[in-house]
Design a protein around this ligand. Structure first.
Ligand SMILES: Cc1cc2nc3c(=O)[nH]c(=O)nc-3n(C[C@H](O)[C@H](O)[C@H](O)COP(=O)(O)OP(=O)(O)OC[C@H]3O[C@@H](n4cnc5c(N)ncnc54)[C@H](O)[C@@H]3O)c2cc1C
Length: 387
């Protein structure tokens, strides 16, 4: 093997995690060769904008902020677009690429993202169900919207509700189907879900809660979805937004420890030497947090580590802005499994829900409507997730 110190830092993935690491690393180290490998176009875009692009009148060309070539010049780095990593050899410190020579690394950063989970639907329309988890998906979705007036959305989580709200900007009626009792059921207490539901319904979103789709059948006008109670939803287009699963196959095949995501410690180090994991694919100290703010914290810490100052990631409270203008919402979920209770107060304009433990420590909160102005004041009271 060549002297490893002269080898590049190789980042696999050109999403928010991959490019944020690359930028943070370049702020500290201008000399070490840097290679970004991506199986997609490798242009830089903001994924969160995909679920409010219709109301923002954005299309694929305006969503891409920098092309792969611009990113390569700006960093600087070698950016290998449309190049898939097929295998990682952690012993030889090499990644095997489709249609290219293997690439040796000094350090390898896995920023592979997550896959959309597919609902196992029956029927000849099942394969036509779309999901939007990257720019290429968005282009396929947006291209199908002309002449559409009814979209069925599977899943009333954050992404399903954001798309439902956004479709209203195109005068499309969304029907959102979810087995739970209300929207964002994993993030909101029941009463907050009801508050949001009322506002989204008033804006034009239809919900079918407590139900799941069983099959999608094509018909002359689009699709018929059969639901678990025997009822039917007719739609011109079906969008699935039932969740994401960290992309961990490549790591698992390379022998890395994988649980929900690629297991990493607070230095973002995986179980293999010189291999790190960040973003949606990573499970850092037991936490999989598929949001922008944790990625920023991870990128800063890992860039410091890779440039010679070992740095553990720390997460302060990280409230998530839900892009549903019909019901402005900020969610700071309590840690998974935390003991405590929700208390809630609301009026016609605002809702504030606080999750506190037995000592009264604020562990999480939900703010809606005009209460969203309290975001910073409450976030400052929530203890850090990883101090
Ligand atoms: C519609 C939508 C709206 C969202 N809104 C918000 C929001 O409002 N706020 C918020 O905090 N979060 C939001 N999120 C989540 C946030 O966008 C993600 O957490 C973040 O973008 C993930 O970035 P990533 O780099 O980890 O993954 P990705 O952006 O998915 O990047 C993964 C990269 O890995 C590459 N790759 C994968 N496998 C290989 C391989 N074998 N070889 C080579 N390359 C490979 C891919 O090509 C891609 O470039 C949203 C997500 C979605 C889908």
């Amino acid at each position: 093997m060549a002297d490893a110190s002269s080898l590049p830092v190789v980042i696999v993935g050109s999403g928010l995690a991959g490019y944020t690491i690359a930028r943070e690393f370049r702020k500290r180290d201008k000399l070490t060769p840097l290679v970004v490998v991506s199986r997609d176009h490798a242009g830089f875009y903001s994924k969160p904008m995909l679920s409010n692009a219709l109301s923002g009148r954005k299309d694929a060309s305006t969503l891409v902020m920098k092309s792969a070539t611009q990113m390569a010049d700006e960093l600087p780095a070698t950016v290998l677009a449309h190049t898939e990593v097929r295998r990682i050899d952690t012993f030889a410190r090499v990644v095997h690429l489709a249609n290219r020579e293997p690439l040796a690394y000094r350090d390898l950063v896995l920023a592979l993202g997550a896959d959309a989970i597919r609902l196992p639907l029956e029927g000849d329309g099942a394969a036509d169900v779309l999901s939007v988890n990257d720019l290429d998906d968005y282009v396929r979705f947006a291209d199908r919207l002309d002449g559409v007036s009814r979209v069925a959305i599977l899943g009333a989580g954050l992404i399903g509700c954001e798309f439902a709200n956004d479709l209203l900007a195109r005068s499309i009626t969304p029907t959102v189907i979810d087995p739970a009792a209300g929207p964002l059921s994993r993030l909101l207490p029941v009463a907050a879900g009801e508050w949001m539901r009322a506002r989204l319904e008033a804006a034009g979103v239809r919900f079918r809660f407590g139900l799941a789709a069983i099959s999608a059948l094509r018909n002359a006008d689009g699709y018929s979805l059969d639901l678990t109670d025997g009822s039917r939803v007719e739609a011109d287009l079906v969008l699935s937004a039932i969740g994401l699963r960290p992309r961990s196959g490549l790591a698992r095949e390379a022998g890395l420890v994988v649980q929900r995501g690629i297991v990493a410690d607070r230095h973002l180090a995986t179980s293999a030497a010189h291999v790190y994991a960040v973003g949606d694919c990573a499970e850092v100290e037991g936490h999989t947090l598929p949001y922008v703010m944790p990625i920023m914290q991870q990128a800063r810490a890992l860039a410091a580590t890779l440039s010679g100052t070992p740095t553990a990631v720390s997460y302060a409270a990280m409230p998530v802005l839900v892009k549903t203008p019909a019901c402005p919402t900020i969610v700071c979920p309590p840690p998974l499994g935390a003991a405590g209770d929700w208390s809630l107060r609301s009026d016609a304009d605002a809702l504030e829900a606080r999750f506190c433990d037995a000592d009264g420590t604020l562990l999480g909160f939900v703010l809606m409507g005009s209460a969203t102005a309290q975001r910073q004041a409450l976030a400052a009271q929530v203890p850090a997730l990883l101090a």
